[in-house]
Design a protein. Structure first.
Length: 123
């Protein structure tokens, strides 16, 4: 019974952790589009900078930086906005890594339970 519970729990935790890590983006499509538009306007004369920032418009910190730039925020306000966005991103990553680790642990516990069960049956 433990084997089944640990296996199901492990698979569920792994699936949700990987979903959060790779599919569950905290950036909306509208935010990404606004970021890309701002990058194209601000860095129209620098292809290297434009390409660099366009490739990173899926990151919350870069989006916050471009929104601050587009809204004419001061340096302190922009720094607070970027810092807040990055903290949220780090927390989300931390939670997804914890779920993945918990899933690995649960599957490990299921394997250990199966091995102990075989040893008991063979003894």
């Amino acid at each position: 019974m433990r084997l089944i519970i640990f296996t199901i729990l492990g698979i569920a935790l792994l699936a949700f952790g990987f979903y959060m890590q790779f599919a569950g983006s905290s950036v909306t499509a509208a935010q990404k589009l606004r970021c890309e538009e701002t990058v194209r306007n601000v860095y129209a004369d620098s292809e290297e900078a434009r390409n660099l920032f366009l490739s990173r418009c899926g990151e919350p910190g870069v989006i916050a930086m471009m929104e601050a730039r587009a809204n004419g925020m001061g340096a302190e306000e922009a720094a607070q906005s970027i810092g807040s966005a990055n903290r949220g991103s780090i927390l989300s990553d931390l939670i997804s890594y914890a779920l993945i680790g918990g899933g690995i642990g649960a599957i490990g516990a299921a394997c250990a339970s199966a091995i102990r069960g075989k040893k008991r049956a063979g003894a």
